[in-house]
Design a protein around this ligand. Structure first.
Ligand code: NAD
Length: 284
């Protein structure tokens, strides 16, 4: 039976640290503040944004949720982002994805000021991450790395397989692991011999978006399994990409869904927002 990596407890520690830093900034007259732009009616996005606002309140971070209708034009959204970039009272600017289909995600992401890019999605932050320079790390892979580090298992020299190559999870995850001296295989929908590759991995990270995708035979005995997926199972319950019960029998450490990566993603956003406030206030 694997040890559970407790996302709830770890996220609580990160949020408490962010709250303490926010309090210290307030003492100096700086109120950390995050603006979240939500365009459209995506129910999952609404839930995520509500969660972010709750986290902010818990950490002593002011939050503004700017809700825009589905038919909002790209120029209107870009103008909103520009106004938030220019507002010195706002330290973090986050545009909730996915955007309505008629809006270019990349044009909107490019428009966010890098110093306020608390999601770590802008080309400047991504470039800095690739180069190993100081930056805002994208919240989900940063949360996964913190979970791996929380096991106390040395990561250097280990073999990892990351399944999924999205810009927000898989690709940056591979980079962050590489920076920890892990040897990474980044797999995707065209990968051949995926099962064999997974079965040889000391660290297996699943970010596909398909319930039950990772089966027991894909888990090396003693592997650390990080499940990023958020899906609805056939029973309607929230579940990850990993067949938890089966993987639990083989892994050394495993993250649950819910109660795993999702909570750490949210905690990392709080960390990044306080960091943005600290850096911007220091630059004044
Ligand atoms: P995405 O749809 O952008 O990417 C999915 C990836 O899976 C792609 O790179 C694709 O190549 C790969 N893939 C698809 N079928 C495959 C197959 N048969 N074999 C190997 N690879 C395959 O998704 P995403 O935005 O990276 O999200 C992935 C999952 O993680 C989703 O369930 C999403 O809801 C979840 N997610 C969770 C968090 C969190 O905080 N826990 C954050 C972001 C995303």
């Amino acid at each position: 039976m694997a040890q559970r990596i407790d996302g709830k407890a770890l996220a609580a520690r990160y949020k408490a640290k962010a709250a303490a830093e926010a309090a210290a900034l307030r003492e100096k007259g700086v109120q950390p503040r995050l603006a979240v732009v939500l365009a459209g009616e995506n129910p999952a996005s609404k839930t995520y944004v509500a969660g972010k606002a709750r986290d902010c309140a818990e950490c002593g971070i002011l939050s503004d949720v700017i809700e825009l209708p589905e038919q909002t034009g790209e120029q209107e959204l870009l103008a909103r982002v520009a106004a938030l970039n220019a507002n010195r009272a706002v330290h973090g600017v986050l545009v909730q994805l996915p955007l309505p289909a008629h809006i270019s995600t990349s044009r909107v992401i490019h428009a966010i000021a890098p110093e306020k890019d608390v999601d770590g999605f802008t080309p400047v932050n991504v470039g800095r991450m690739v180069l190993g320079e100081e930056c805002f790390l994208p919240c989900t892979p940063a949360g996964c790395l913190a979970m791996l580090q929380s096991t106390g298992v040395p990561l250097a020299g280990k073999d990892a397989v990351v399944i999924g190559r999205s810009n927000i999870v898989g690709k940056p995850m591979a980079l962050l692991l590489t920076a920890q001296d892990v040897t990474v295989t980044l797999c995707h929908s065209h990968t051949e011999h995926l099962r064999e590759k997974c079965a040889a991995a000391d660290i297996l990270i699943a970010a596909v978006g398909r319930a039950g995708f990772v089966t027991a035979d894909m888990v090396k005995p003693g592997a650390i399994v990080i499940d990023v997926g958020i899906n609805r199972g056939t029973d309607g319950r929230l579940c990850g990409d990993v067949d938890f019960a089966a993987a639990n029998e083989r892994a050394s450490f495993i993250t649950p869904v819910p109660g795993g990566v999702g909570l750490m993603t949210r905690a990392m956003l709080m960390h990044n927002t306080v960091k943005a406030a600290r850096l911007q206030s220091a630059a004044l």
